[in-house]
Design a protein around this ligand. Structure first.
Ligand code: R5P
Length: 301
């Protein structure tokens, strides 16, 4: 049995349990309740003093209350004398607002980073955090931070479950190039990316040169599916270009509002996401990828 313990926050007990199994460590769900006035109440389920303590919680759904729950718990772990506090945040919310796009806007991820810094956690592991404009996450969070990718786990799932030999991998926007490349390399396929212009929080326009798509199957891969707008527009374009079977995959299936129904109504061959955020398409477990990273951190001590 490992000397580490793994505590699960209310969004990610399934991942915490998976990690505890992989690490051969004790698992405990954190007690989380609400006071009558709706403030969060958190209580540690076990003694953490002197122990390597891994706390796991995605900051979705309900990003505001999830963030408070995570901060209360991490601070509690720190104050109770854990040997090291290792925060596993499979989905880091607020990372998409990483720039003052319009005058006067808060750059939310810097504020969230400062909050983590104030607790002095020792290590943060997150998954495909939206880091397009943050060049120094270590400085933003004031802790050693590792941003791993969930696309390798998605790729393993595709290899096992989809007849992908006639497929092209497509990133639905330019930022998705990094994920399209990883999946394409993993499957020995070629890839391309589309160009996206965001019109509003839920509206996008997508275009792209799509020679070579006619008659091919397409596997799209993105980090996040939120409103589904990107996948809907990309699918229209791919169909116009003559794509055969179309699959959509993502690491973080936020699927806000009507997104799931909108995507189902598109009639795609399959919709596949990981379980960083639980959703009807969370077929792929993220815990093996996180466990690999954790083993390195725990053994290095
Ligand atoms: C954007 O930067 C992300 O990589 C995703 O493409 C985006 O979050 C998808 O959002 P939606 O599903 O709302 O179009």
């Amino acid at each position: 049995m490992s000397e580490a313990i793994v505590l699960g926050g209310s969004n990610s007990r399934h991942i915490a349990l998976g990690l505890a199994k992989e690490l051969n460590a004790e698992y405990y769900p954190v007690e989380v309740k609400r006071f009558p006035d709706n403030e969060a109440y958190v209580r540690l389920p076990t003694e953490v003093k002197g122990k390597e303590t891994v706390y796991v919680n995605s900051l979705q759904p309900n990003p505001d209350s999830s963030l408070i729950e995570a901060l209360l718990t991490l601070d509690d772990i720190k104050k109770h004398g854990a040997k090291r506090v290792i925060a596993v945040v499979p989905y880091m919310s607020y990372a998409r607002q990483d720039e003052e796009f319009n005058p006067g806007e808060a750059v939310s991820i810097f504020t969230v980073g400062s909050l983590f810094q104030s607790i002095s956690v020792d290590y943060i592991i997150t998954v495909d955090m939206h880091l397009h404009r943050i060049t120094d996450p270590h400085r933003t969070f004031g802790a050693a931070i590792k941003n791993i990718t969930g696309v390798k786990e998605l790729t393993k799932y595709v290899r096992r479950n989809i007849d992908y030999k006639n497929a092209v991998i497509v990133g639905p926007d330019e930022e998705a190039e990094q994920w399209a490349r990883v999946m394409a390399e993993g499957l020995g396929l070629s890839y391309t990316t589309l160009k996206k212009k965001r019109i509003s929080g839920s509206e996008v326009a997508v275009k792209g040169e799509l020679e070579g798509i006619n008659g091919k199957d397409v596997i799209m891969v993105d980090d996040i599916i939120s409103t589904g707008g990107t996948i809907v527009e990309a699918t229209k374009l791919l169909r116009e270009a003559g794509a055969n079977k179309i699959y959509a995959t993502c690491v973080h299936p936020l699927l806000v509002g009507e997104a799931y129904f909108k995507l189902v109504e598109l009639g795609l061959e399959a919709l596949i996401g990981t379980d960083t955020v639980l959703s009807p398409i969370s077929y792929v477990q993220i815990s093996p990828a996180i466990a690999e990273e954790l083993k390195g951190i725990l053994n290095a001590n």
